[in-house]
Design a protein around this ligand. Sequence first.
Ligand code: A2P
Length: 264
Amino acid sequence: MTDAPKKIKNPNTQTVTEVKHWTDRLFSFRVTRPQSLRFRSGEFVMIGLMGDNGRPLLRAYSIASPSWDETLEFYSIKVPDGPLTSKLQHIKVGDEIIMRPKPVGTLVHDALIPGKRLWFFATGTGFAPFASLIREPQTYDDYDEIIMCHTCREVADLEYGRQLVESLQDDPLIGEMVAGKLRYFPTTTREQSPMMGRITHKLEDGSLFKDLGVAPICKEIDRAMVCGSLELNIDLKRILEGFGLEEGANSKPAHYVVEKAFVD
Ligand code: A2P
């Protein structure tokens, strides 16, 4: 009698363990983490599904969970006619997705020189890398104050980030580190909410600093990470450089770093 062949899991596929729909345009999900996968909080990987032509259909996705987490979380938009997200939005627990386990990216602590205050600027699903970084102990070891700014069109679009920030206080691992250090600044642009307006406008007219009761950005103290649309990134680069900050990279750390929120 011969043993039944053992089922060997394809290292390039991972199993969906959780799916949560936030709005009709936004969802998050978790998948198993390959044992061999090491990444730095803030990095991204290629994930996707098999296309109709039998070839993998992959897109860059920031890992939204921190480097210490046992599973991997992703936060995604749903584009009705988007080649990948029109299908990916229907995944269920137990389904398999494809993942190329080669994490890369510039929204990492290594790309910044030491500072005291760290700004995270996100729009829309650009929140994903910061969902990782605000759960990363190094963020709180390295900085005295972290300000998480997130701008979305509508109030419901903020919910994933809002709930995550709120839950951190009770997190057994980093709850104590977060307390008194992390500030959350959500704004909306197309629906009434307590804080309204594009973050770029609030930086330019100084109302961001006034609303937060903090000193304006300066290169001696402040470091920043930016993740949003191409236009937002270009506008924020100009604004941050106006404050004297210089763009950093893995190979040349400096005052701020930028990455495009990939899937649109
Ligand atoms: P707005 O509603 O004024 O366009 P999107 O859903 O299009 O990705 O946008 C997400 C959020 O980012 C929206 O609140 C949008 O504001 C804002 N936004 C888009 N482009 C810019 C930009 N160049 N500068 C500042 N905010 C922007």
